[in-house]
Write a protein that binds this ligand. Sequence first.
Ligand code: PXP
Length: 237
Amino acid sequence: MGVKLGVNIDHVATVREARKAQEPDPVAAAVLAELGGADGITVHLRADRRHIKDRDLRLLRQVVKTKLNLEMAATEGMIKIALEVKPDQVTLVPEKPNEITTEGGLDVENNQETVVQAVGRLKGGGITVSIFVDPDPVQVKAAKESGADAIEIHTGLYAEAQGGEREKEYRKIVEAAQLAQNLGLVVHAGHGLDYRNVGPIASIPGVKELNIGHSIVARSVLVGMERAVREMKRLLG
Ligand code: PXP
């Protein structure tokens, strides 16, 4: 069986919020993503609620039939919401108020106490816990020590790098994936993956799940444009 695909639909909510309107609804996008074969739906509920809202998360919990993965910061407020909504999986991520997107992995090593507490409480609520980490052996080991079930290896630097640098970043991911498996962690990966760079990551032995957002939502806008215009033209008579 191939690598599982978690589709991150945050950008659908970003388009909705550009107009503070009701459409496009990320809940509808989740249903269509599942019809297309998504193995899971991922959303990031940010402290500033800039795209995904509490309402989306609650409806997604009812509608998603595959696996609902909630990306969130390890804060008290978010832990409470997660324990109430009960996504299938939480992925703990670092969060900075003004960042455009998540900028890197969580520094588990230097925040052990907070992370251990968050992992323990979420797992106690029956939620699988993954931690988004850089491909750094120190962070992979710290994630294991925190009690997490899985890690999501940050592929952002690999995705941005060119030539020899990309090869170096790739090796780091391969080694982190190997270490994580040896420690008994389930291995996921994501960030910055697109139709050109995903192949080598998908072929890393033991990588079970990829979380991909921007490139899929960007492509869906383009492949859907012709049909959307045709439908509007038809209404014009
Ligand atoms: N994984 C994590 C932990 C993320 O924070 C994000 C972005 O929200 C993704 C994967 C998806 O990244 P991209 O949108 O670049 O595919």
